[in-house]
Design a protein around this ligand. Sequence first.
Ligand code: XBP
Ligand code: MG
Length: 242
Amino acid sequence: MDDVLAASRLRLDRAEKLIVQSQALIFDVDGTLAETEEVHRQAFNAAFVRAGLDWCWGRSVYKDLLRVTGGKERIRAFDRLRGGASVLSDAEIVELHQIKTTVYAESIASGGCPLRPGVEALLSAARTRGQRLAIATTTSRGNIDALLGATLGKHWEDWFATIVAGDEVSKKKPAPDVYLEVLSRLNLSASECLAIEDSENGLVAASGAGIPVLISRSAYFRDDDFSAAVLAVDDLSELAGI
Ligand code: XBP
Ligand code: MG
């Protein structure tokens, strides 16, 4: 028991050092900054209705589908999973995803999803310490704008040194591309940064780029394997004392 306590104390100490001493904190968006995945799921379902498809993703199906990162890729994976011939062409997937993005962004912009506990406090504390902030996400650029405009205000972009969204890199998470692009734009090495993520896909992506990872567990990814993370917390308010 003493060994377990000592090990968790060590993890917490390392996480605290990384939070305070890193040159930059790099944040995932979905699940990390806000519990957005339910809003995404409902937006997908609304888009299916508008497109005349008889698809409906319940929570359990969506949990499995979340293994596929990116909305367009998720739609394509579901279409293939159903067996038989694919219903949708690439162009139709892009169109369907555009409807989903509009529904999602409208819902988020109307204040439908607050930041998770401890998020704004960590962002503000990092700015006060002179650390740079960045975003490395799979989601579309307009969705980040909708979420952070509604929560941090219209000057939210001033908070971040750089923002890299899913369609700006060739491979989405769990590939490391989005994190490698952030490092290159920040002109920092991986060990000078800390990534804050909520999913195993995100952990693999950031770790693949060599960046240490702090996990803030979210609703859909609570049971993922986070053993490679520096620390996993239930939400960032657990670190409020730092
Ligand atoms: C988030 C995602 C996103 C959203 C949908 O992954 O996988 O695809 O579910 O966003 P992460 P889009 O948090 O690891 O970045 O529909 O805009 O692609
Ligand atoms: Mg996430």
